[in-house]
Design a protein around this ligand. Structure first.
Ligand SMILES: NC(=O)c1ccc[n+]([C@@H]2O[C@H](COP(=O)([O-])OP(=O)(O)OC[C@H]3O[C@@H](n4cnc5c(N)ncnc54)[C@H](OP(=O)(O)O)[C@@H]3O)[C@@H](O)[C@H]2O)c1
Length: 296
């Protein structure tokens, strides 16, 4: 199939490589062309504008930072929705507030375009291996078209409702994980006076009933960060986590719900950002908390 990727950041690049490795014809577009260069050197094609990307593709997957990025890439004379009559199916995998997806669905209808929201759980590793979790919002017939490709990217595809429902599910899935990053820092701060090897501590926590799957997958990276070893490639940065937690609070408020632990988590992530952690990998959060965040 001819597939376009709009946004070749960390996740978009991993998804593009996965689909290219399965034999699809891939074309990519990214706001900053230099960031797509490694993919172009691997033989993927380049589109000069989002509109050209849509014209060249049967399916376009977008994977962008936030609502502003979605507006910029889909709207306007060179935007994805400008490729009228191409019959392209658009699948947006970005994590944005549910209301943004409702607005995108309205714009898609105006443009006569088929549009699905499909935010995903799982990071760069699962994207490369086709093991993401997908939360789809939109029409059944659009999902039927998307499904063969989604099945190649995801271990589970859940159609949870109309546009906005997918993002609501994604925020709910991510919420305990976000709060866990904060409580992990706090748990480590309790055990720090024992002076144990961080690898051993993380191994014990991961083996316990309170150890989430994340600790089993990322435990090695976290232990490495705690031991002060050089960080590897960034998989999820703190800015992305802050954006998601802010969207969770916004969504809770919109429905008259209180999320007190979520609010406290956001406050601590904002402190971390003020100390320059926005571009750092999430595994640096507990390191920061031990070093300065959690001191009385
Ligand atoms: N990383 C993860 O583990 C993960 C997992 C699940 C979901 N997500 C979600 O996936 C999305 C992408 O995350 P990522 O980690 O891949 O982020 P990333 O590496 O920072 O990539 C962000 C992408 O969005 C583009 N972009 C940002 N603002 C733009 C604008 N105004 N106009 C056009 N393009 C714009 C960037 O283009 P430039 O290169 O030009 O800046 C880049 O292609 C986010 O919504 C995130 O919440 C991430």
């Amino acid at each position: 199939m001819r597939i376009g990727i709009a946004g070749t950041g960390k996740m978009g690049s991993a998804i593009a490589r996965r689909l290219a490795s399965l034999g699809h014809g891939l074309t990519v577009w990214n706001r900053t062309r230099a960031r797509a260069e490694p993919l172009l050197q691997e033989g993927l094609a380049w589109a000069a504008t989002p509109r050209e990307l849509a014209q060249a593709s049967e399916i376009v997957i977008s994977m962008l930072t936030d609502s502003e990025a979605l507006a910029a890439v889909y709207s306007g004379p060179e935007g994805l929705f400008a490729a009228r009559g191409s019959g392209t199916l658009f699948i947006d995998m970005s994590t944005v507030p549910p209301a943004t997806q409702q607005e995108m669905a309205r714009r898609a209808a105006e443009a006569g375009a088929a549009y699905l929201e499909c935010p995903v759980g799982g990071s760069v590793g699962p994207a490369k291996e086709g093991k993401l979790l997908a939360f789809v919002g939109g029409a059944e017939q659009d999902l039927a078209r998307a499904r063969p490709v989604l099945d190649q990217l995801c271990k589970r595809v859940e159609h949870v409702g109309t546009h906005g429902a997918g993002e609501t599910m994604k925020l709910a899935v991510n919420l305990p994980l976000m709060v866990y990053w904060q409580v992990l820092g706090e748990a480590l701060s309790l055990v720090q006076p024992l002076g144990l090897d961080p690898r051993r501590v993380i191994d014990i926590l991961a083996d316990s009933s309170g150890g989430p799957n994340m600790l089993k997958v990322r435990g090695g990276m976290i232990a490495q960060a705690l031991a002060g070893e050089a960080p590897g490639a960034v998989t999820v940065d703190v800015a992305t986590m802050r954006k998601d937690v802010a969207a969770m609070l916004q969504e809770g408020r919109a429905h008259g719900r209180q999320l007190p632990l979520t609010a406290a988590t956001l406050a601590n992530f904002e402190r971390a950002a003020q100390r320059g952690l926005d571009g750092a990998d999430c595994s640096q959060l507990p390191v920061w908390w031990l070093a300065e965040g959690g001191r009385t």
